[in-house]
Structure formats: C-alpha cells, structure tokens
Design a protein around this ligand. Sequence first.
Ligand code: SF4
Ligand code: SF4
Length: 77
Amino acid sequence: MTTNWYPIINYENCIECGACINKCSHGVYDKESAKPMVIYPDGCIDRCTGCQALCPAEAIQYYGDTGGPKTTCSCGC
Ligand code: SF4
Ligand code: SF4
C-alpha cells in the first residue's frame, strides 16, 4: 500500500463503464458509485496499473507516475 501512487480520473474522458471500479479489489474505488470515485488512495498498490489497463477511454493516470516501470500486484489486479 502506498500514499505515493494512486489513480487520478479524468472525468472529461471517463464514460463511466465501471471497469476500473470492478477491477480493483483493494478498496480504492467506491463500489457503490457508477462514477469512479477514489475513496481509499492508501489502498492502491505501488506502481500497479491494473485499472488503467482496462480503461477504454484513457481516463486514468497515477499520482506519483514519473514514467518508471509499472507492475501489477500479487492479486492480479
Ligand atoms: S492501480 Fe491496481 S491497486 Fe490501484 S486502484 Fe487500480 S487496480 Fe486498484
Ligand atoms: S475504466 Fe475508465 S472509462 Fe471506465 S469508469 Fe473507469 S475511468 Fe471511467
């Protein structure tokens, strides 16, 4: 877990497909909201890009992303 890496949503691009919300199993997104709301950024796995990889609208970037290598966490997200 980290406070230095978490998703930032571009709501102008987001089509509210729900893919990111459904993908993450770390409580980062509010599961009750159709609009992706980051409610627990501390739960995001450092350098994970699991939700971004599924986004059809290129609407997800990460706080802390300086262009280094990415990963996926052990749970597969
Ligand atoms: S990057 Fe990974 S851990 Fe972080 S919100 Fe997306 S799926 Fe969850
Ligand atoms: S995956 Fe992308 S388009 Fe779909 S809800 Fe998340 S940010 Fe929006």
